[in-house]
Ligand binder design. Structure first.
Ligand SMILES: Nc1nc2c(ncn2[C@@H]2O[C@H](COP(=O)(O)OP(=O)(O)OP(=O)(O)O)[C@@H](O)[C@H]2O)c(=O)[nH]1
Ligand SMILES: [Mg+2]
Length: 289
C-alpha cells in the first residue's frame, strides 16, 4: 500500500480530539521514513494547531505543515536557466543510481532545455563504470569524456570542461565513484576536482548533488549528513522512488539539513526523472492527490 493511502486511512473518520491520535501519527510518520525528531515536531505542530481550531480536516492541515517545511529551504536557481557553463557533480555511495542519473540529467538538459551536454566519466575506479557511461552516451548521442580506469577523476573533469569551453557544450555532468568514503578521503578527492572546476567555472554554476536511494529510508539521512559536512551540497536527487511507498526522508533532509530535493527518479528509463515539486510531492505523500 502506498504511504499516502495509509495516511489517508489512518485519518479517515477521525477528528483531532485525542492526544493518542498524534502519538500514533508520530509512529506512522517514522514508518514513512521520517526522522524521529522530525516526526515528533510535525505531530506537535499539528496538535498545537488543533488546540485552537475546529478538530476536522486534519490531513489537509498536515499537508500544509509539510509543504511549508519544504518551502522553507532555499531553492537554488534553476541551473537549466543559466547561460554560463555549468558543472553538475553527482555524488553518493555505491549503487544509488549516480550513473543512471547522470544519463537522465544529460538527456533532460539536452532534449528539454536545449543545452549541449557533455558527460564526464569521473568514476575512474572501475572500468565497467566508464563503459556504462559510454553506452549511455552512445544511446543519447552525447559526448562522453573518459580516461582509463585508475586515472585521476579531476583530470577527466578538466578535459570535459576544456571540451565544453572550446564550443562542445554548456553543461558538464560528472559521474563519480561510489566508494564508501571516509570523510577525509572524500574531502581529499573532491578538493582536487573543486580546484579544477573553480578555476574555470563561476561558483554559482558549480553544483553538487547527492544521489540518494529512496529505498534505503532513514539511512539516507545519515549519508546526506556525511556528504554535506564534507562537501557542502546544493541538493539531492532522490532515486528509486518507484520502488518504495515512502519518501519521508525528503522532509528530514529539508528540516534537519536544509537540503532541497531537486529531482526525483521513478524508474530506469531516461525519462523517469522529474524536477521535484513540493506541492505535488506532499499531495502524493499524504494521499490527498
Ligand atoms: N527502479 C529504479 N532503478 C533505478 C533508478 N535509478 C537507478 N536505478 C538502477 O539502480 C542500479 C544502480 O544504478 P547505477 O546508476 O549504476 O548506480 P551508481 O550509483 O552509479 O552505482 P556505482 O557506480 O556502482 O556506485 C541500476 O540497475 C539502475 O538501473 C530508479 O530511479 N528506479
Ligand atoms: Mg556508477
Amino acid at each position: 500500500m502506498k504511504f499516502g493511502e495509509k495516511l489517508k486511512l489512518f485519518f479517515s473518520g477521525k477528528s483531532a480530539e485525542s492526544d493518542e491520535l498524534f502519538d500514533d501519527l508520530c509512529d506512522l510518520l517514522i514508518e514513512g521514513d521520517f526522522g524521529v525528531s522530525q516526526s515528533f515536531k510535525t505531530a506537535e505542530m499539528l496538535k498545537n494547531h488543533f488546540k485552537k481550531e475546529n478538530k476536522d480536516n486534519v490531513l489537509p492541515k498536515l499537508a500544509e505543515i509539510l509543504e511549508d517545511e519544504l518551502l522553507k529551504v532555499k531553492q537554488n536557481d534553476d541551473p537549466a536557466a543559466q547561460e554560463k557553463l555549468t558543472v553538475i557533480l553527482l555524488l553518493g555511495v555505491n549503487g544509488v543510481g549516480k550513473t543512471t542519473t547522470a544519463a537522465k540529467l544529460a538527456n533532460l538538459y539536452n532534449v528539454k532545455y536545449g543545452k549541449k551536454t557533455i558527460l564526464a566519466a569521473a568514476d575512474t575506479f572501475r572500468a565497467a563504470a566508464i563503459d556504462q557511461l559510454k553506452i549511455h552516451g552512445n544511446k543519447l548521442d552525447m559526448r562522453v569524456v573518459a580516461h582509463k580506469q585508475g586515472g585521476d577523476p579531476a583530470a577527466v573533469v578538466y578535459d570535459a570542461l576544456d571540451a565544453a569551453q572550446s564550443g562542445g557544450g554548456s553543461v558538464v555532468i560528472a559521474d563519480t565513484a561510489g566508494r564508501m568514503h571516509t570523510k577525509s578521503a572524500l574531502v581529499e578527492e573532491l578538493k582536487k576536482i573543486n580546484r579544477v572546476v573553480e578555476a574555470k567555472v563561476e561558483k554559482a554554476n558549480y553544483i553538487k548533488y547527492l544521489v540518494l536511494d529512496a529505498t534505503t529510508g532513514r539511512n539516507a539521512l545519515a549519508q546526506a549528513e556525511i556528504f554535506n559536512s564534507a562537501v557542502s551540497l546544493d541538493g539531492v536527487v532522490l532515486t528509486k522512488y518507484d520502488s518504495t511507498a515512502k519518501g519521508g526522508i525528503v522532509f528530514s533532509l529539508a528540516s534537519e539539513l536544509q537540503l532541497p530535493t531537486v529531482y526525483i527518479c521513478t524508474g530506469e528509463k531516461y525519462n523517469d526523472i522529474e524536477v521535484f515539486n513540493q506541492h505535488e510531492f506532499v499531495k502524493e505523500f499524504t494521499g490527498i492527490a
